[in-house]
Write a protein that binds this ligand. Structure first.
Ligand code: ARG
Ligand code: ZN
Length: 866
């Protein structure tokens, strides 16, 4: 049942052109596919033609006009004796209305949409559904004029023709060869918001965003993000758009975030629609990032694509790196980096530490859709970033140019990408490539010593990666450690390694390549404090600096990331000390140094201060414990927040007042930072236990300035057992019950409440008339959010696990892809106490015992239990 990288073989036949005709109907859609095929010179010349197919009704197949009888296999059709060149015509019939998996062609809100990555095209027609088969497509859509005034596909449109029978038709031509996973069709009663962009070389591009009627006034931010992305890719990478139109369609039933289909991106509405009254700053930023991400795929993914799905990070890691750089250029680079590292640690480090750990380039899978992971995406982006750090930004750009020059219109491998970087830079990256194949997060520890007489400073960096499933032995990695040395006043010391001609000012990069590396610095005038892993230069766990030095770095480092991270480490150790005291049956006090640290942030740059002000989350603290003590962590963090709120009450209140803004909502970095710090203050004020602060939060909620402030207030109130909480939740529901994306927030906020009866509340919300098990956004809002509520998901009764597994079990028959992606929180069982372990395993077993479990969910649950 496993597909293995080692078994890769080129396809027997190539498909040069694909000519598709769709006659759309909800209960019956006819698809005629005309393929011009040709034997692949790179494959053995007796191999039969295999066409993948799933959940299709075959109507007819002909080869060069003559009927053929294919062998129908479990996963498609095999046709023997196809000549060296031939035209195949395949007719299939589909039932889009019955497609609950949202893979292939499906109906949502009466309109038609497709999702083909990774393997949805085989649910539309029989085809060699693998990315190394690249073809030129023409797509004709025929549909009812009233039901489908809009008919979209990839490439450039031809004229709409009236067919005289109440139907009309259009033909789209995509001149760029592409794999079938980039095919898309959208049709229905949609409205569009239009704009245009002129590329650097003068190509006029018509831009349009297609949404359901009534959503037109929520597209401006997405459109702006698209135009900014197009200009950025020209400026930074010299990459221009290559069609006359670029269309985006938003759909509310979507398994993932968005999809980069050539010339027709399809988006989850969550990543398109925004107005200040409905979307938070986080939503606005998510839209900007995802719009950029999908647009950037046009080159990194579409023009140059993946040879096979083991190369997924070739396009995803690289494109995430590109969208991160883009977003960093739009506002504060440091704050963006802090957010990305937060996300990496929460999702990817946790994945690396659990049963589903896998390398950035996996070597086997059962269901490829399970590998759209934080490791492939986010660690993959870190690997690209490290390459850029090691070879330098200019060489990286030359490497990108070389990659496109060599591989445009090809389906290639991760090795091809690294080779281009190596050839363009002259830096040997052979050893570096181990990052792609070795799973697990390296533990990096440092020791140092200073010889005052000789003015020598020795820094020893050691690394070790713990075993992961299937990889018991680990080897050292090439780790770029960006660093500097600070003197006792926080001034940057020049760093000169023994044997180097001149001292270099500022940050430099050390390469740790062995289990232990020693670096000897000379001419170091005073005992330094090392500032390490600046800008988080490698995805590793760093240890070895004393609490005093971390406090010093938090206050003085020139690198904002290290300043933030050191502060978080200090706070984490204070909180974990409190946890230890609880575990000894004593009541801990709160270290007053914490008040000092938080207080000193209030006058700093708001966006940074907001990041630094927030205590490490409960799951972050959990990740630092061998056996997670759910309740002690919750209580310790709660008490610390209460103490901070009480100790700093007046200053927090003054900062809250100072940061208020009665002007119109603005989405620039400064405004986001201001709201974020202000809401951080509000949260501490309420944590203090003061009733006036609760009224302040309720007043902010009632003022209804914008969704960021409304939702922040609602989130704060929903953690307090008070009448204001119920009033606010009821008012929010009344105001937004007809707006799906906003209603998702209402579900999520209740699932995230730390109040003791949250499990029962979530159970009740699952039965709410507005809960819909067919809509992935709604499931994620209620059920996945709940799994992120550590103290309530891990309720000692096991009720949280049960309700979670129940949902997976209910969902799997209709949408195995989304069900499977929900399994991983249960897979964390090894990290909890024996009683919780037993309860979590029992739920995984209950899932595995189901007859007809999807292959996706089987893979995730069996690996989680192993
Ligand atoms: N390529 C898309 C993106 O990252 C993700 C689509 C994945 N969909 C899936 N069903 N596996 O932008
Ligand atoms: Zn992507």
């Amino acid at each position: 049942v496993e597909v293995r990288l080692a078994d890769y073989a080129p396809p027997a036949y190539l498909v040069d052109t694909v000519d598709l005709t769709f006659e759309l109907g909800e209960t019956a859609t006819m698809v005629v596919s005309k393929l011009s095929v040709r034997r692949n010179p790179a494959a053995p010349d007796d191999a039969p033609l295999h066409l993948d197919g799933e959940a299709l009704t075959l109507v007819d197949v002909t080869c060069n006009g003559a009927p053929v009888t294919p062998v129908e296999t479990r996963d498609g059709l095999t046709i023997t004796d196809v000549p060296a060149t031939a035209v195949l015509e395949i007719t299939t019939s589909l039932t889009p209305i019955a497609n609950t998996e949202f893979s292939g062609l499906y109906v949502s809100g009466g309109n038609y949409y497709t999702q083909c990555e990774a393997q949805g095209f085989r649910r539309i027609t029989y085809f060699p559904d693998r990315p190394d088969v690249m073809s030129r497509y023409t797509t004709t859509i025929i549909a009812d004029k009233a039901a489908c005034p809009v008919m979209l596909s990839n490439g450039n449109p031809g004229p709409v023709k009236d067919l005289g029978d109440g139907r009309h038709g259009i033909t789209w031509t995509d001149p760029h060869p592409k794999p079938c996973y980039l095919f898309a069709l959208v049709a229905g009663d949609l409205v569009s918001v239009k704009d245009s962009f002129t590329t650097r070389s003068g190509r006029h591009v018509d831009l349009a965003i297609y949404v359901r009627r009534g959503d037109e006034d929520r597209c401006a931010h997405a459109m702006q993000a698209l135009k900014t992305s197009m200009a950025w890719d020209e400026q930074v990478f010299g990459l221009e758009y290559d069609l006359d139109v670029f269309n985006i369609a938003a759909v509310s039933d979507f398994n993932m975030g968005a999809m980069e289909n050539k010339g027709l991106n399809v988006f989850n509405t969550k990543y398109v629609l925004a107005r200040p009254e409905t979307a938070t700053d986080v939503d606005y930023q998510g839209i900007e990032t995802v719009i950029a991400h999908e647009y950037f795929h046009n080159w990194t993914g579409n023009r140059v694509t993946c040879r096979d799905w083991f190369q997924l990070s070739l396009k995803e890691g690289l494109t995430v790196y590109r969208d991160q750089e883009f977003s960093a250029d739009q506002s504060s680079r440091a704050v963006k980096r802090i957010g990305d590292v937060r996300g990496l640690r929460a999702a990817q480090f946790r994945e690396d530490a659990g049963p589903l750990a896998h390398p950035v380039q996996p070597s086997a899978y059962m269901a490829i859709d399970n590998f759209y992971t934080a490791t492939v995406y986010n660690k993959g982006a870190e690997v690209i970033r490290m390459m850029a750090t090691i070879i330098g930004r200019q060489a990286f750009r030359r490497g990108m140019d070389l990659y496109f020059a060599r591989h445009d219109n090809q389906a290639v491998t991760i090795d091809d990408f690294v080779q281009a970087m190596q050839d363009a830079s002259g830096v040997d990256l052979t050893a570096f490539k181990r990052w792609y194949h070795q799973a697990g997060t390296p533990d990096v520890s440092v020791e140092d010593s200073y010889d005052a007489a000789a003015k020598r400073y020795t820094l020893t960096i050691s690394q070790e990666t713990k075993p992961t499933p299937g990889q018991p032995e680990k080897l050292p990695l090439v780790i770029p450690v960006a660093m500097g040395l600070l003197d006792g006043n926080g001034q940057e010391l020049a760093t000169r390694l023994e044997g180097e001609a001149a001292a270099k000012p500022g940050t430099r990069v050390l390469l740790a390549t062995q289990a232990t590396n020693r670096f000897e610095f000379v001419d170091v005038a005073s005992p330094p404090v090392p500032s390490l892993l600046r800008d988080f230069s490698a995805p590793v766990k760093l240890s070895g600096l004393s609490p005093e030095r971390l406090r010093f770095l938090a206050a003085h480092d020139t690198d904002p990331f290290v300043r933030w991270d050191s502060g978080q480490q200090v706070a984490a150790s204070v909180l974990l000390d409190m946890v230890a005291t609880f575990q000894q049956g004593r009541q801990p006090g709160v270290d007053p140094a914490l008040f000092e640290a938080v207080g000193s942030l209030l006058d700093q740059e708001p966006a940074f201060a907001a990041e630094a002000l927030a205590l490490p989350g409960e799951s972050t603290l959990a990740d630092k414990m061998t056996v997670v003590d759910v309740d002690a962590i919750h209580t310790a963090r709660d008490r610390a927040r209460t103490a901070i709120g009480q100790a700093l009450y007046d200053r927090l209140r003054a900062t809250y007042d100072r940061l208020s803004d009665t002007g119109p909502y603005r989405i620039d970095g400064a405004s986001i930072g201001r709201r974020s710090l202000r809401n951080g203050c509000l949260s501490y004020l309420v944590a203090s236990g003061d009733a006036a602060a609760v009224r302040l939060a309720k007043a902010q909620f009632d003022a209804g300035q914008n969704m960021t402030d409304v939702l922040a207030a609602l989130g704060i109130l929903s953690g307090v057992d008070c009448p204001e909480r119920l009033d606010a939740l009821a008012a929010f529901y009344q105001a937004w019950r007809h707006d799906p994306l906003v209603l998702d927030k209402w579900f999520a906020i209740q699932a995230l409440s730390p109040l003791p009866d949250t499990v029962q509340a979530v159970q009740a919300l699952k039965a709410h008339a507005d809960f819909d098990l067919r809509n992935p956004n709604r499931i994620r809002a209620l059920i996945s959010s709940f799994a992120g509520n550590q103290v309530r998901f891990h309720d000692p009764s096991g009720a949280g696990y049960r309700l979670y597994a129940d949902t997976i079990i209910q969902l799997d028959p209709t949408n195995g892809q989304v069900a499977a992606r929900m399994v991983s929180p249960l897979g964390q069982w090894r990290r909890y106490d024996a009683a919780r372990q037993a309860l979590m395993k029992q739920e995984l077993q209950r899932i595995l015992d189901l007859p007809n479990l999807s292959r996706n969910t089987f893979e995730m649950a069996s690996k989680s239990l192993a």
